[in-house]
Design a protein around this ligand. Sequence first.
Ligand code: OGA
Ligand code: NI
Length: 421
Amino acid sequence: MSFSLPQDISPTALIAILLTPTPNSPQPPSISLPSLISINSNKRTCLFHRTYYIESNQPWKPKPDMNSPKDWPEPIVRVQSLSDSGVPVVPDRYIKPPPERPLISSDNSDINIPLIDLGGFFGDEYLRATTLTQISEACREWGFFQVVNHGVRPELMDGAREVWRQFFHLPFESKQVYANAPKTYEGYGSRLGVQKGAILDWSDYYFLHYLPCSLKDHHKWPALPVSLREVIEEYSEQVVKLCGVLMKVLSLNLGLREEYLQNAFGGTNIGACLRVNFYPKCPQPDLTLGLSSHSDPGGMTLLLPDQRVAGLQVRRGNNWITVKPARHAFIVNIGDQIQVLSNAIYKSVEHRVIVNSNKERVSLAFFYNPRSDLPIEPAKELVTPDKPALYPAMTFDEYRLFIRLKGPQGKSQVESLKSPR
Ligand code: OGA
Ligand code: NI
């Protein structure tokens, strides 16, 4: 079955058509339509296509598998090998168009994202209220903050970073056995997105699952250095605990029950994964980026930055602010799923990474995500006649297909989800 739709059909009407079961259909009819994302896009541009099935008596169901490419569109080049080979110039594939290029100047500005002492949350009533207010302001104004006194042992933070640095310095063959594919992205990778001919970022990475337990597979984590699995287990356990505390803080600050966000994420069945970024030295850092501008698609991110070199930049209006990491702090940022749940009271803010001509950089981005098959939508308590729901419900499985196909693209995904009004 196929049908064409008038150009000016309202998104609500279109969703109503999609949700209407086809009566007495002998077989589930299939229709090819732009994804829900583009259906809701006010620009009505098609971000990516997929096939939806409408089955009798059931709401529509996307089949994510049909959209997962099996392999990369081009041979993978390790950025670290390029860098180690001593190329004097950045190859064309990594040269960004001029408007995206960074301004590499010595950043003397005093501006930094807020720094918060989380110890205050466990202090007396006054300290607790002050800390909540600081975090509330940071979430509304920046979407980013750093935390200290967060409960994760400093030695564990340093140990986790160093064990990954050592991994990236292993011989090529020891890493290559973990080479990843775009179906799950798990393993050792050098690109995000599968668009042939895309301009790439100046970084390699390692991606692994920690939660749910059903997805955690130690065999997909590096076997070397020998302590890696143990260190990363302990690190992840402590970071998950910290995320649990932050979820409570964010819920309270939104005027919700303390457990609200955690429950909306699936209670104990949440998702958690780690992307370790390796940004090799770059001969022309002013022409490329270590990681292009993006917002994190998940719930919340805890970034362990390199202590030796800055690189993360956060968008503030039309400016990019370089984060100056505080010692043993985590950089916390709001992801798209919390933007949706908070009905945009909190925004997932764009960020990117610049690279360096004489220093490599290692960072650990820990993503705390909703259980991937739960519909995520604005909290009912935050939807009022004045502030109607800005986003339709969507599962994280559905949502993250975009970044997996297209790579980092600023905030175009969550923005296009917005119902036009
Ligand atoms: C990320 C990210 C920043 C950094 O991995 O999503 O934004 O500093 N990383 O590596
Ligand atoms: Ni990010």
